[in-house]
Design a binder for this molecule. Structure first.
Ligand code: TYD
Length: 140
């Protein structure tokens, strides 16, 4: 799944949630409740009002994007179809498969965007312009 992926392959996955008087805990286990092993975790925070992130696609990378705190929107685009997903619960994650353009925006104040990734950082896996993304995906 790379060039052939579509926005319909990117789904909201419910994560486990254990609730008690002391609060909640959510657990993510590679190849258990998400379809990849996690090699890298990063998180976006202190995002200024009106800030936008993303604006790229990946050739091979799988990601799970979680609103660990607050809320934000994720635009997904496979070059033909688009969809916007609002993330606002820490016990749900958005699976983003390879070959999908994504943009993140409308971050609420103090929000934290947690990203679990299937590979270590590799700049050569990025498609950083929409034109390059479409050319790669549709071999135009
Ligand atoms: P980028 O992935 O473009 O950020 P975003 O999608 O959130 O807008 O990364 C921003 C910068 O951080 C870029 O210079 C690459 C660097 N970076 C790393 O060095 N390692 C990483 O794991 C990530 C995600 C980014």
């Amino acid at each position: 799944m790379t060039e052939n992926s579509t926005v319909n392959d990117c789904n909201i996955l419910p994560l486990s949630k254990i609730h008690n008087r002391g609060g909640n805990i959510t657990i993510v286990e590679g190849n258990e409740n998400i379809p990849f092993m996690v090699k890298r975790i990063y998180y976006l925070y202190d995002i200024p009002g009106g800030g936008r992130r993303g604006g790229h696609a990946h050739k091979e990378l799988y990601q799970l994007i979680v609103a660990a705190s607050g809320s934000f929107d994720v635009l997904l685009d496979d070059g033909v179809n688009k969809k916007v997903v609002r993330l606002n619960r820490p016990d749900y994650g958005l699976l983003v498969v390879p070959g999908i353009w994504r943009e993140l925006f409308e971050f609420s104040s103090g929000s934290v965007c947690l990203v679990l990734a299937s590979e270590k950082y590799d700049e050569t896996d990025y498609l950083r312009s929409f034109k390059a993304f479409k050319a790669w995906k549709y071999k135009k």
